[in-house]
Design a protein around this ligand. Structure first.
Ligand SMILES: *Cc1c(COP(=O)(O)O)cnc(C)c1O
Length: 432
């Protein structure tokens, strides 16, 4: 991407931008929550749409001058509804965390109970980790895997906990769980105890949009929250998608499942947020259009094939993966068992080799979160660069060689750079 104004107006900032651009282009990005937004998404983000205040929803705003903001937000909403097959979409949440908090506050009273996945078994911080505000406001209880070797969820425990604690929300969703969930079964349990079924699909919304994985909203779930910047490949942002009847958000409706769209709209604004970020909403609209193409479906199918190839080779080389494989785009490598080194050490040595991933806790990890027993990695970004199964095999070998002390990170760094230069980042290279 060519920049004309920034290099002259603010060379200090431009120099930082160029450094990050070089880092993104010359290294391998394996953090499974990251991706490369397209030039069209980046262009939309960098527009004058950022100038406008538009509190409210399309057609019901608090300030004038909303002809175009109404059009762009309505377009994003319509595209989201079509792509995810739901009745309503809220595209204003500023991030995944904000989106989850909005749904909690839309449906729960302070002190109400939520049944969610245990953090170390794959759940997310925003699903009630003790350090969060949500954990102070609501009562979280947790289900786990039944067997960490297969990754199967303990549905019996899930049901027993639901019957015992009568949660108001049963929450499915994860950020470090490499297997599939039985959505119909979880939704059935929620229905049995009169709970709302909420899916946090932040990591896999792109895979759902591309029809590589099932859509929880088509299997009994009432609400699905997601970020827009992970597998969906849009700008940093989030959405809350729901079933129900959209109503007038200027009036407080009764707390019924049918009123979820209005309850969530009101929880986002004025409940939690001020003015929406219209440049981001415009970029979400662009990303949703990209995600509805046959090329995107091919892309998501390839993400899964690449993850299988990467996992297979890591295990063939003696790596220990949590659940012994993957059904989605990510995997968790148990580094203590594989290399007798903690996740922080492996993250650091791989970064020297130009391979970026993140340290991650393993199920019931005896080590602390800052030096946990594993690392998490995935294939969305490398697949966006057009890499296929042969490259996955090569990447797995580099990881096993460097982490196992069989190769010098600096030497591998050169090989990584050579591969990266033949697979440019779709976000482009920053040039003056
Ligand atoms: C990434 C993620 C979030 C948080 O998203 P942010 O945009 O970082 O706030 C929430 N839930 C899950 C499952 C995630 O993976």
């Amino acid at each position: 991407m060519r920049y004309r104004v920034l290099p002259e107006c603010d060379p200090e900032v431009f120099e930082i931008l160029q450094g990050e651009s070089k880092r993104q282009n010359e290294g391998l990005e394996l953090v499974p929550s990251e991706n490369y937004a397209s030039p069209a998404v980046l262009e939309a983000l960098g527009t004058l749409m950022t100038n406008k205040y538009s509190e409210g929803t399309p057609g019901r705003r608090y300030y004038g001058g909303q002809m175009y903001t109404d059009r762009i937000e309505s377009l994003a909403i319509e595209r989201a509804k079509r792509l995810f097959n739901c009745d309503h979409a809220t595209v204003q949440p500023l991030s995944g965390a904000a989106s989850n908090l909005a749904v909690y506050s839309a449906w729960l009273e302070l002190g109400d109970t939520v049944l969610a996945m245990d953090l170390s078994h794959g759940g997310h911080l925003t699903h009630g980790a003790p350090v969060t505000f949500a954990a102070k406001a609501y009562n979280f209880i947790r289900y786990k895997m039944k067997d960490v070797e297969t990754g199967e969820i303990d549905y019996g425990q899930l049901e027993a906990l639901a019957i015992e604690h009568r949660p108001k929300i049963v929450l499915a969703g994860f950020s470090s769980y490499p297997r599939q969930l039985d959505y119909a079964r979880i939704a059935g349990i929620a229905e049995k105890v009169g709970a709302m079924a909420m899916a946090d699909m932040a990591h896999i919304a792109g895979l759902i949009a591309g029809k590589a994985l099932p859509n929880p909203l088509e299997h009994g779930f009432h609400v699905m929250t997601t970020t827009t910047h992970k597998t969906l490949r849009g700008p940093r942002g989030a959405m809350a998608l729901s079933k129900g009847k959209p109503g007038n958000p200027l009036r407080a409706p009764e707390k019924t499942l049918e009123n979820l769209p209005t309850l969530i709209d009101r929880a986002v604004f004025p409940g939690m947020q001020g003015g929406p970020h219209m440049n981001k909403i415009m970029a979400i609209a662009v990303a949703l259009q990209e995600a509805s193409t046959p090329e995107f479906q091919q892309y998501t199918a390839q993400i899964l094939k690449n993850a299988k190839a990467l996992a297979h080779r890591l295990m063939e080389r003696g790596g220990k993966l949590i659940t012994n494989g993957t059904d989605n785009h990510m995997m968790v490598l148990e580094t203590m068992q594989s290399f007798n080194r903690n996740g922080q050490e492996i993250q650091e040595v791989l970064e020297k080799a130009g391979i970026t991933l993140n340290k991650n806790v393993t199920p019931d990890d005896p080590l602390p979160p800052f030096k946990p027993s594993g690392v998490r990695l995935g294939t969305p970004s490398v697949t966006s660069r057009g890499m296929m199964e042969p490259e996955m095999q090569q990447i797995a070998d580099w990881i096993m060689d460097v982490a196992g002390g069989k190769a010098e990170p600096e030497a591998v760094r050169e090989e990584v750079r050579a591969l990266c230069l033949t697979h440019p980042s779709p976000s482009g290279l920053v040039e003056p």
